[in-house]
Design a protein around this ligand. Sequence first.
Ligand code: CTP
Length: 153
Amino acid sequence: MKKTVITYGTFDLFHIGHLNLLNNLKSLGDELIVAVSTDEFNTLKGKKTIVPFEDRIEIVRNIKSVDLAIPESDWQQKEKNIKEFNVSIFGMGHDWQNKFNDLKVFCEVIYLPRTEDVSSTSLKQKLKILDRSHITDLKHTLDLISSIVERFE
Ligand code: CTP
């Protein structure tokens, strides 16, 4: 019988940690389904992406180990997806450890090690250094420090 694996995520600024996770998950079964959070769902979670949903899902859909990419638009759909796709394994990275144990009544639930030293958040921080408004902020801070130093000269 075909073994289907499913995972969920935002996959903003697609990076090597995402690729490793998807490849590792695929190696556990025959078919990998990836649910990508929509922009509306991310807003609900208080998360803002750099890359819009249509692009994020298109990138995930074209990863070699991914057989099907679907939108994730609410918290309830995991149980529904597991049943409709006859999923054998629900897998997430370690940052979600124990968060989805209630799904164990429907299928196997696993948490894989994350790839170290990379995340969408850290990439966004690095990009921020190049951001014009950040440079303007830095300039204002430098001007302020200069004016304080001048007072003591
Ligand atoms: N992931 C991983 N290794 C990383 C980063 C992410 O295995 N270095 C996994 C997560 O554990 C999750 C999936 O990739 O199961 C999608 O994660 P996502 O939240 O989209 O990526 P992050 O880079 O963790 O994003 P953020 O920094 O916004 O949390």
